[in-house]
Design a protein around this ligand. Sequence first.
Ligand code: P5A
Length: 445
Amino acid sequence: MRLSQYFLPLLRENPAEAQIVSHRLMLRAGMIRQSSAGIYSWLPLGLRVLKRVEQIVREEQDRSGAQEILMPTIQPAELWRESGRYEDYGKEMLRITDRHDREMLYGPTNEELITAIVRDAIKSYRDLPKNLYHIQWKFRDEVRPRFGVMRGREFLMKDNYSFDLDPQGAKHSYNKMFVAYLRTFARMGLKAIPMRADTGPIGGDLSHEFQILAETGESEVFCDRLWLATDILAEAEELNYDSDLEPFFRHWTSLYAATDEMHRPETCPLPPDQLVSARGIEVGHIFYFGTKYSVPMGAVVAGAGGEEVPLEMGSYGIGVSRLVGALIEANHDDAGIIWPETVAPFRLGLINLRPSDKACRNAADELYAKLRGAGVEVLYDDREESPGAKFAAMDLIGLPDQLILGPRGLAAGTIEWKRRRTGARHELPLETAVAKFAATQREAR
Ligand code: P5A
């Protein structure tokens, strides 16, 4: 993509309304614009990241055996009356009346809708287990939407729902998601700690939140100091979804980690110097609630002996749009964003320092064409701007690597390569640049 043609409305100044760094940087880097409180448009650069995050989430869901569907954003109120949640959900639910005076709502979550779909389609224990997911916009009329996409009113969630015949099967489904979530966040370079959590309006009594430790996190969290030095993923990577995952689950949940609502100083087993208290960003939340929805909604199957068995259910959510903010909270410096390669909007930035110089322009154009030909996603700064402005823009949007071409390097047959994260600079022979990035592009994906 040529920057001269790209829709990338960068802001020079820090927007006054943004209180935390991810919100500031998303606005300044032209990723999002607010349309009303807690509701955002995603501009090209932001959308590319959102799609990358979504794709990693999707691949790990598919790998765990879950199947993708797509449910609507608008739901009928009557389904929520069946479960009893229509009144309970309160003011966070955006209620809508259609032209025929039918009560509808913009879904804050989909337990009811999926239960109705499965109730009508699955009649026998032989059709179980099933795990269905979708990636869809949700609406929650939060009292205090804030921090940009971190606490929006409209936000993108991956939510899935598992259906099993008995509690053991349901626990296995829960464990699978426990592992899938660790893998998902690790692929984005994030360490998300599973913490015993409160179940709130979703219900049930077994639940874990996945929290990323960050100073700007909204909630206070508590965990064993050992978590800070632990690589939980190395072990999760070895697991097979068909094997018994309970030992893995037990092992990791025995290491203390709890959200504010669940932490009790009186009963906390850790000595004070072993307990870390920090701020956390909740990027995922999983629930096991058994028959909370299947019983009132009549979602039953015929068991092996022909008896009626209510479905055992769990639900599992990842805040896909929140993750974009969380990734920035975890990856930035004073100059801007530093994208991990797996979620970067482009793999590489190419800066032409002197577009008005014909030789420079030809060389940069040629390199750009070759990089694209090799399948490298590159953002090419071909604008007539000062070098300083170009460096600042490239650092702000945070692509993992930059190639900088100027007349002096060109005369020597070299190009400067700068790594965004470390700031390290190297001179590369111009002719090796394409091969270098064609190779790293493949490694990162
Ligand atoms: C699980 C999936 C649920 O809704 N039902 C379906 C269950 N869980 S949850 O914890 O309420 O939400 C799941 C994840 O969505 C993100 N999230 C938000 N992101 C941005 N803005 C919001 N206002 C918001 N509310 C929830 C969180 O990452 C949460 O873990």
